[in-house]
Design a protein around this ligand. Structure first.
Ligand SMILES: Nc1nc2c(c(=O)[nH]1)N[C@H]1C(S)=C(S)[C@@H](COP(=O)(O)OP(=O)(O)OC[C@H]3O[C@@H](n4cnc5c(=O)[nH]c(N)nc54)[C@H](O)[C@@H]3O)O[C@H]1N2
Ligand SMILES: Nc1nc2c(c(=O)[nH]1)N[C@H]1C(S)=C(S)[C@@H](COP(=O)(O)OP(=O)(O)OC[C@H]3O[C@@H](n4cnc5c(=O)[nH]c(N)nc54)[C@H](O)[C@@H]3O)O[C@H]1N2
Ligand code: SF4
Ligand SMILES: [Mo]
Length: 731
């Protein structure tokens, strides 16, 4: 028996785990009490790391389709097949014939951070689809427009704030998102213990809402109206005061004008809230010594998602809480490039190109995931003929899975980098499985930049890689070589090229720690046994803290880099060099929101929910995470159940524009009336998958209710929350 440290890759909290090992098997996991960031915290998912790691349904080696069926193959055969089949497609039909689809776990692996940008660059395709347009793209767009950088995302200072206004997030189940905080629940309890206040805006009385001082049970899809009324109230009551931020902000008066019509009375019916409640929330926010407004999924994957995300930061700014301790601050990650001197930047542009079929504008170089199926199925020049999925299961996670299912089945070529044969990857011609997480080194390139405290940690692979396995970084590197006509070159060539390109730029930048140096000499000094580790070492050396990989190896429980600090105007990359509070695309979208004033839609709408022991679609195959009573139930308020003749535990038919499902009803007053809730990630009943545990409890796919036509127009994000449904009892 031995132990090894491993940062948990199962959610955004990035807890440090201590694994117990019996030979090469992980037999247990507990929280690492010495971890500088998570200090011993662990949740049920982390505790099941060993089970997830050793899942017998994980693919042991590559699969290649031969004579119509997926068969075991060598790595060489697998990459030969990719290279032989993709190059002719690109040469004949152009780079856009290949679409890349990136799923959520890419933010939880080193490979997913280091290689996809190179793959997309090598392919030169504009057909990039990611889970962001099912999730946080509205935040990227809002940050891009406000701050000039889609990755400049302010994070609520959970440990120090006096007041947290949280919308559409349920960290007691999700453990937090775009706010990396191990033990988020504990931090909320600590906020209340130190006399702070928590307001939760959610149509469901979630476990998080039950912890709050105030729960505002808003009608789904109306957060932008509610937030606009808060901004209106700040102006109307002379409470808007950016304080020292004022010198960095343009357009405060424009915003006052833009929200003039959004009085609490004007939004009350649409939000189904009292005008008095809205005023109280605004006054409490303004009165708090420090406060942070934080919105997630429920205010993002909605019809006015970008407007809502914009208003969140408008409130942080108008109350003087952006960029101050206790407010919402910009983290500074150890692998972020060393900050450049403040001043005007290039700004952020939307719609530099559009999707071929429906003309959806790109955002951050991405097209809406909801438009992938039509790009495959609609004939003509530029049609998508090949798809590469990296850690993605869009058949379950995106709207209208049945259509996507058929579309993927019709491709000339599909390649999947994925450990499972699931609803999506069953269509692949080549499946390239990464090893279980215990076999991979880990570093959080994304989440360190979203963390509530600056810190840095690295964990080497806990168990050596078996001979027959291939590290996911190497899989990605070989895939890049295969698609770019360099099949057979050593994978380190990809890393060397990335290092050379980065260093060539860095040495020319005056603010870089390597300014003026010889790039070859800098490259020669990099340490790390593999290409990806050398790249990590390089990024640390180019970063703001003067760190190296060796420093991280000497500190296995991590290095604390201190609380978040004010950074403005440093992070601003707008053309003006200031925060542009009312950007033109936002102003142009406001009439759509104004049109909703004074309305009070009737009928039932659906929202999602998450369960602590889940992670989107892919953790339903671990027995200890998928046990007990059915979790894929439709929650219905007792008043709605009475009215519709629905009974607890009985079946019902739910229908919307994309299709109909048979669901089990759960009558509960945890959802407000007029709202029903069904979780996502279920529907494991398709043939040709290898997910024994999940298939035995398949559940239904909520996204089949959608047809992909409901999008937040600015970000291309699918409306997954707050869409109308019809419900009828079944005998
Ligand atoms: N209705 C509704 N739909 C939703 C949501 C919702 O709230 N409601 N949530 C949305 C959100 S926030 C997201 S992020 C998306 C997620 O959408 P996806 O990313 O498409 O879905 P996941 O279920 O996370 O699928 C992850 C895939 O990665 C694979 N995988 C797991 N670990 C690894 C690994 O280490 N390497 C590789 N290469 N692959 C791995 C899994 O086998 C699985 O195939 O779903 C979205 N869909
Ligand atoms: N256990 C578990 N943890 C996870 C995941 C998981 O699937 N399971 N997924 C991970 C991923 S990829 C992500 S992105 C994060 C997401 O993490 P969170 O953003 O915390 O997501 P949810 O738990 O879906 O919470 C969204 C809340 O919004 C509410 N809501 C729905 N519509 C509206 C609305 O119109 N207005 C308001 N104000 N609220 C609304 C819902 O009732 C729900 O409680 O979780 C991550 N962590
Ligand atoms: S909270 Fe997230 S990171 Fe921490 S143990 Fe649980 S799943 Fe892992
Ligand atoms: Mo997500």
């Amino acid at each position: 028996m031995s132990t090894a440290l491993r940062i948990c890759p199962l959610c955004e909290a990035t807890c440090g785990l201590t694994l117990t090992l019996d030979g090469d098997r992980v037999t247990g996991a507990r929280g690492d009490r010495d971890d500088v960031f998570s200090q011993g915290f662990i949740c049920p998912k982390g505790a099941s790391f060993g089970e997830v790691d050793a899942d017998p349904d994980r693919l042991a080696g590559p699969l290649v389709r031969k004579d119509g069926t997926l068969q075991e193959a060598t790595w060489e055969e697998a990459f030969d097949t990719v290279a032989a089949r993709i190059r002719p497609l690109i040469e004949e039909h152009g780079p856009d014939a290949v679409a890349v689809v990136l799923g959520n776990p890419n933010v939880h692996t080193m490979a997913g951070a280091l290689y996809p940008p190179l793959l997309i660059g090598a392919l030169r395709t504009r057909n990039l689809f990611t889970a962001s347009t099912l999730d946080q793209m509205p935040k990227h767009v809002s940050s891009g427009l406000l701050f000039g950088d889609p990755f400049a995302i302010p994070v609520p200072d959970l440990d120090r704030t006096d007041h947290l206004l949280m919308l559409g997030a349920n960290p007691l189940e999700s453990n937090g998102s775009l706010c990396t905080a191990p033990d988020f629940p504990g931090k909320l309890k600590a906020l209340r213990r130190r006399g702070g206040t928590l307001t939760v805006v959610d149509p469901r009385r979630t476990r998080t809402a039950r912890l709050a001082d105030r729960h505002v049970a808003i009608r789904p899809g109306t957060d932008a109206l509610f937030l606009a009324a808060l901004v209106h109230t700040l102006f109307a009551e002379d409470l808007a005061d950016p304080g020292p931020l004022a010198e960095h902000v343009l357009g405060v008066e424009d915003v006052r004008e833009a929200v003039r019509e959004f009085t609490p009375e004007a939004v009350a019916d649409a939000c189904d809230l009292d005008a008095a409640t809205i005023r109280t929330v605004a006054r409490e926010l303004a009165a708090a010594p420090t406060a942070a407004v934080y919105g997630r999924m429920g205010s993002s994957t909605v019809a006015y998602g970008t407007l809502a995300n914009w208003l969140v930061d408008v409130l942080n700014i108008l109350t003087g809480n952006l960029d101050r301790p206790g407010g919402a601050l910009f983290p500074l990650s150890a692998t972020a490039p060393a900050p450049r001197p403040a001043g005007p930047g290039k700004g952020f542009t939307l719609g530099r190109w559009s999707s071929r079929v429906s003309g959806h504008p790109e955002a951050k170089g991405e097209l809406p995931m909801a438009a992938l199926a039509e790009e495959i199925q609609t004939g003509g020049e530029g049609r998508v003929r090949a798809v590469i999925t990296l850690a993605s299961n869009p058949v379950l996670s995106a709207p209208d899975g049945l259509r996507l299912d058929r579309a993927l089945g019709s491709l000339d070529l599909m390649v999947a980098v994925d450990p499972y044969l699931n609803e999506t990857t069953r269509h692949a011609d080549v499946v390239l499985p990464p090893p279980p997480p215990s076999r991979s080194a880990h570093f959080d390139f994304s989440f360190n930049g979203l963390a509530v405290r600056n810190q840095v940690r690295f964990t080497p692979a806990a168990v050596p890689l078996e001979e027959a396995r291939m590290d996911e970084c190497e899989i990605h590197a070989r895939l890049i070589l295969a698609v770019s006509g360099m099949h057979g070159a050593p994978p380190s060539a990809v890393d060397d090229l990335a290092i050379d390109t980065t260093l060539a730029k860095a040495v020319a930048q005056e603010h870089s720690p390597v300014h003026g140096a010889d790039p070859k000499a800098v490259a020669a000094r990099l340490s790390g046994a593999t290409g990806p580790l050398r790249r990590l070492d390089m990024m640390l050396r180019l970063g703001p803290y003067d760190l190296t990989l060796d420093d991280l190896l000497r500190a296995p429980h991590g290095i604390d880099l201190g609380p978040l600090e004010p950074r403005l105007p440093g992070p601003l990359k707008t053309r003006s060099g200031r925060v542009e509070l009312l950007p033109a695309p936002i102003a142009d979208d406001l009439p759509r929101l104004r049109a909703a004033l004074g309305t009070a839609p009737g009928g039932l709408v659906l929202v999602g929910r998450r369960h602590l022991r889940s992670n989107n679609s892919w953790l339903h195959n671990a027995p200890s995470l998928n046990s007990g009573s059915n979790r894929c139930t439709l929650q219905v308020h007792p008043a709605d159940a009475d009215r519709l003749g629905l009974a607890d535990g009985k079946p019902a038919r739910i229908a919307a524009e994309g299709g109909a499902l048979e669901v089990e009803v759960e009558v509960t007053d945890a959802v407000r009336s007029g709202v029903v809730s069904l979780p996502h990630g279920w529907g494991h009943d398709r043939p040709g998958t290898r997910l024994a545990v999940a298939a035995a409890r398949p559940g239904v796919n909520v996204n089949q209710l959608l047809d992909g036509s409901r999008l937040d127009p600015l970000s291309g994000t699918a409306v997954l929350n707050g869409f109308p449904v019809e419900l009828t009892p079944l005998p």
